[in-house]
Write a protein that binds this ligand. Structure first.
Ligand code: HEC
Length: 141
């Protein structure tokens, strides 16, 4: 009996604190002048620490795989297999420029498959795009 009363008090307190402080915080950011990331992606970046790793995990690894071998979970059902970034023949012919274009505009833009989606929003985030290009080109067996 005592225990559940304590739990009740704690959650009531939490509800009170959230009710008071969350709107305050929202008010602070709510001017609309600054465009912010959706809360989900921002939270993920904070949790994982490195925004480039988070981005690769969220947007690329489903197809290209965590180790870049083109063996992500979605790859099994795809008509055109995601590029294996560790493939030495591909590594030899790829350039920063081509990888950057593929990331921004999708596979078709570099003569590949349209199954590879573009991420045009990264054009405005060079601090993430450039390290992502480097990461893609650094995978090797
Ligand atoms: C829906 C699956 C899918 C996702 C998600 C995806 N890709 Fe791809 N990607 C592909 C496929 C399929 C190809 C192969 C295209 C081809 O060779 O025709 C490809 C090709 C590429 C290439 C090779 C371009 C070339 O031919 O030189 C690069 C680089 C690349 N992807 C990077 C990325 C990065 C970085 C991300 C995350 C931002 C990403 N891809 C997300 C499916 C995907």
């Amino acid at each position: 009996m005592m225990k559940s009363a304590a739990v009740l008090t704690t959650s009531a307190l939490f509800a009170f604190v959230s009710a008071v402080f969350v709107p305050l915080a929202a008010c602070d950011n709510g001017s609309g002048a600054v465009k912010r990331e959706p809360p989900g992606s921002n939270a993920g970046a904070l949790a994982a620490g490195d925004p480039v790793e988070t981005l690769y995990r969220d947007r690329c690894s489903g197809c290209h795989g965590a180790t870049g071998r083109g063996d992500g979970s979605l790859s099994t059902t795809m008509q055109v297999k995601p590029r294996d970034f560790t493939d030495s023949a591909w590594r030899a012919t790829s350039t920063d420029e081509k990888v950057r274009t593929a990331i921004l505009k999708g596979g078709k833009s570099v003569g590949g498959s349209e199954l590879m989606p573009g991420s045009p929003d990264l054009e405005k985030r060079p601090e993430v795009l450039e390290p992502l290009v480097k990461k893609v080109r650094a995978f090797q067996r």
